[in-house]
Design a protein around this ligand. Structure first.
Ligand code: NAD
Length: 488
């Protein structure tokens, strides 16, 4: 039984520029596949360097010539609130568009992603007039003011795993702070961005203040990072791409960049935790969106006395998940975004087993319609097994055991990544010790995953990122300060 007919959805194809969908003569085409069927459903026009230049110049002109940056901040907030309400009104269409092109099941987009986007946008709108600056402690006949100003045009580059939520993390705070934005969404999930940009225009945000330019990372993404009129780059994606972007920003600027990158997050389970509740949390944290979540809890670190019973509970949970299309009402395990990504998961799992890991369950690529991967548990033999060292970005959980708390903290701290950690225990002293010791940007105690508490910034330690999304920090990161001295 389906939620909607995927054939019926109107695709807003093209670039969204100056309030309309456009294509250009020198666009090249790239096939966009539906992960649930594995079949192409659109040809995406990819911009040339000239088009990127044209779009950025048009955005810069709008930043300079409209009153977006200079209007009363409460008026800017009103536009963003209006935008949020238009998103809410169009939730069914947006949920269909998003679920057709991504791994996000329709009902989850409707129940989680859309309310999240709306709420997050309102959070940033509310911050529009909550920042000022301060008066510096200067000598008596001088006034020193530190004032905050937007960068101008922010270049935003986003991944495919939560296309609308990632967009709003970037575009929400940038616009609220008075910037204009040029966004390049992932070429794998390009279309919901166009409809969100249209709704921004419908809400009265001046044309060209938020433009979407489509294309591949190494061409369009690269051209955005290189452009002299981009004041700042904000990126979410893999660590390797983040490093490339940072280097481009350094060489072609230097210009600032905020980077939200990959992860390999541990879930630590002590034997005093509420095990039934924890098993469900741990299972959901690795199978949600088929493990294609930056903060997936992909490393189970468990007290050796409860390992066998606990992994058995996980195996039972996994066995009840139903693979299927994102538009199927019964789906609880969605597809992997692309055949390439499924091959990558398969190859890391095979290598891990070849290197001595024990396969407890799963380990199979399934080609039925789209590409799926069975939820997998791998018992680790050594800490440098590739299933631990690499971000797999699929429903693959590694298991390591500990005897002492100190061992647990040591196993949890990853050599490369530091995005999030889950600590499951009823001992508050233990939980707070872990909170301090494990190197990660988010600590979740007796829960796992992000919430609607947008005041809580998210971001990584180590190679999981530089800077924060959400929270007041994300808003502040879209402003730079200016020092003003007046003698009198
Ligand atoms: P990716 O790095 O392959 O691509 C992300 C974006 O960067 C895409 O739009 C792509 O076209 C663009 N890009 C690629 N090469 C580029 C270049 N040289 N210059 C400029 N842009 C370029 O990542 P992905 O596969 O789309 O997303 C999955 C990754 O994103 C995972 O590693 C995941 O952990 C990470 N992620 C992190 C967070 C977070 O909050 N830390 C959130 C979501 C996803």
């Amino acid at each position: 039984m389906d939620w909607y007919n995927p054939q019926d959805i109107e695709i807003p194809n093209g670039h969204f520029i100056n309030g309309e969908l456009r294509t250009f003569d020198d666009d090249t085409l790239s096939e966009v596949c539906c992960p649930s069927s594995g079949k192409p459903y659109a040809s995406l026009p990819c911009a040339s360097e000239n088009t990127v230049d044209f779009v950025i110049n048009s955005t810069k002109q709008a930043f300079t010539e409209t009153d977006w940056a200079t209007m009363a901040p409460r008026d800017r907030a009103d536009y963003l609130f209006k935008w949020a309400s238009l998103v809410e009104n169009d939730r069914e269409y947006l949920a269909q568009l998003e679920s057709l092109g991504s791994s996000r099941p329709y009902h989850e987009v409707l129940q989680w992603d859309i309310p999240y986007v709306v709420d997050c946008l309102k959070f940033f709108a509310e911050l529009a007039d909550k920042h000022g600056g301060y008066i510096g402690a200067t000598q008596q006949n001088r006034l020193g003011m530190v004032i905050n100003q937007p960068y101008g045009v922010v270049g935003a580059i986003t991944p495919w795993n939560f296309p609308m939520s990632m967009l709003i993390w970037k575009v929400g705070p940038a616009l609220a702070a008075g910037n204009a934005v040029v966004l390049k969404p992932s070429e794998l999930t390009p279309f919901s961005s166009n409809h969100l940009a249209r709704l921004a225009c419908d809400a009265g945000i001046p044309k060209n203040i938020f433009n979407v330019v489509q294309g591949l990372g190494h061409t369009v993404g690269q051209a955005i990072c290189e452009h002299p009129s981009i004041g700042k780059v904000t990126f979410t994606g893999s660590t390797a791409t983040g490093a490339a972007i940072m280097s481009t920003c350094a060489l072609k600027g230097p210009k600032p960049s905020t980077l939200e990158l990959g992860g390999k997050s541990p879930q630590i389970v002590f034997n005093d935790a509420d095990l039934d509740k924890t098993a469900t949390i741990v299972a959901k944290a690795i199978t949600g969106n088929a493990g294609q979540v930056c903060v997936s809890g992909s490393r189970l670190i468990i007290h050796e006395s409860i390992e066998k019973q606990f992994t058995q509970q996980l195996v039972e949970y996994f066995s009840q998940l139903k693979m299927g299309a994102t538009w199927d009402k019964e789906t609880t395990l969605p597809p992997i975004i692309s055949a390439r990504q499924a091959d990558r998961i398969e190859s890391i799992v095979s290598q891990s087993i070849a290197d001595g890991a024990e396969l407890i369950c799963g380990g199979k690529k399934v080609l039925e319609g789209g590409t799926f991967y069975t939820p997998t548990i791998l018992k680790m033999n050594k800490a440098d097994n590739c299933a631990i060292t690499s971000e797999i970005f699929g429903p693959v959980l590694t298991v390591q055991t500990f005897q002492t708390d100190e061992e647990a903290w040591n196993l949890a701290s990853h050599e490369t990544y530091g995005l999030a950690v889950g600590i499951h225990t009823n001992d508050i002293k233990r939980a707070l010790t872990g909170m301090r010791k494990v190197e990660a940007g988010s600590v979740w105690i007796n829960r796992y995953g992000r919430s609607f508490d947008h005041i809580m910034p998210t971001g990584g330690f180590k190679q999981s990122g530089i800077g924060k999304d959400i929270g007041v920090e994300a808003f502040q990161a879209n402003l730079h300060s200016k020092s003003v001295l007046i003698d009198f």
